[in-house]
Write a protein that binds this ligand. Structure first.
Ligand SMILES: NC(=O)c1ccc[n+]([C@@H]2O[C@H](COP(=O)([O-])OP(=O)(O)OC[C@H]3O[C@@H](n4cnc5c(N)ncnc54)[C@H](OP(=O)(O)O)[C@@H]3O)[C@@H](O)[C@H]2O)c1
Length: 296
């Protein structure tokens, strides 16, 4: 029923075409990003917080592709929220990426406690109108915060990038985004590798002769969610792309939908994410906790 290709794009609410299959770059390096581009990925997700915008820019340049052939997303970090600070943060990102525009600029976290995201958004609207960004969006936003943007600003976000994988499917946000014409994008789509341990996914994967990661990515793809798995291994980058020669049937889609629980979240909850903690520290802390639990 479904074919698709890794070059397929989705049309955002401002008409910009965004590749549906992307690559997450946290904890990667230039060679890894180059492999991703070499294997056909044209949508690269970075953030000032990942401290790797420079190598993303270099990898794109060294790929030999034209700048407009690669869709680059970056994000304004929490400590740069507010109108003037966001304008400055954007200039910093451009310099790091060594480019004169970004395709998609996101507010990384809402940080509703400091109440600055409206000012941040207004700065992004200015940059968008000035032609420096092709599309603007948010990340980790619940509908209530997008509603504020809708009521107090001019431009509706094009994207909401949130944690979304079989064990934590934020369907309330998905339904809201679908209604409002906002594209949902999944981060940690493989639950940081944990999908490979699922008995249910293993059974489905065996049926299609695929891996649990491929089944998961195919599931998200069929849910019309933009995906950007990360891997530091060349063979896995390639393997994760191999999802276009099968499609999950309705029954399997329903089974995977039923795997989501409120305990399935692995990243921070935006409601309580009030500290300026970066993603690397979160992942390190969680790995440390898991190591301690294993040793008990
Ligand atoms: N907006 C936000 O707040 C936010 C938050 C988190 C992440 N993100 C973005 O989303 C991207 C992806 O999320 P993520 O990095 O958290 O997690 P992810 O893509 O769900 O998983 C990455 C992990 O899964 C492993 N993996 C990849 N393919 C695999 C396979 N086929 N089999 C087994 N394990 C596999 C990788 O290990 P190996 O390297 O060993 O292959 C890595 O440890 C990030 O890189 C970042 O760009 C955004």
């Amino acid at each position: 029923m479904w074919e698709g290709t890794i070059r397929e794009t989705v049309r955002l609410n401002n008409g910009v075409e965004m590749p549906r299959f992307g690559f997450g770059t946290v904890f990667t390096n230039k060679d890894i990003i180059r492999w991703a581009i070499q294997y056909g990925l044209r949508n690269i997700d970075t953030a000032t917080d990942y401290d790797n915008e420079d190598i993303v820019g270099q990898a794109v340049k060294e790929s030999g592709l034209k700048r407009e052939e690669v869709f680059i997303t970056t994000k304004v970090w929490n400590s740069s929220q507010g109108y003037e600070k966001t304008l400055a943060a954007f200039e910093y990102s451009l310099k790091q990426l060594d480019t004169d525009y970004v395709d998609l600029y996101l507010i990384h976290w809402p940080c509703p406690d400091n109440d600055l995201y409206i000012d941040t958004w207004k700065a992004m609207e200015k940059l968008y109108k000035d032609g420096r960004i092709r599309a603007i969006g948010v990340s980790n936003f619940y509908p209530e915060w997008i509603e504020r943007i809708k009521n107090e600003c001019e431009i509706l976000p094009a994207i909401d990038q949130v944690e979304y994988h079989p064990f934590y499917q934020q369907r309330v946000i998905k339904e809201y985004c679908d209604r409002e014409g906002i594209q949902m994008e999944a981060f940690s789509p493989l639950c940081q590798g944990k999908v490979e341990d699922s008995f249910v996914l293993k059974k489905i994967a065996a049926k299609y002769g695929k891996t649990c990661s491929q089944v998961t990515l195919r599931f998200l793809y069929q849910e019309n969610i933009v995906i950007m798995p990360r891997s530091t291994k060349e063979w896995r980058i390639k393997q994760n792309l191999d999802i276009f020669d099968f499609s999950l049937d309705d029954e399997d889609m329903e089974i995977i939908r039923s795997l989501s629980t409120p305990q399935g979240r692995i990243n921070m909850d935006p409601y309580t994410f009030h500290e300026q903690k970066n993603l690397k520290d979160q992942i390190k802390e969680r790995e440390e906790r898991e190591k301690q639990q294993k040793n008990q």
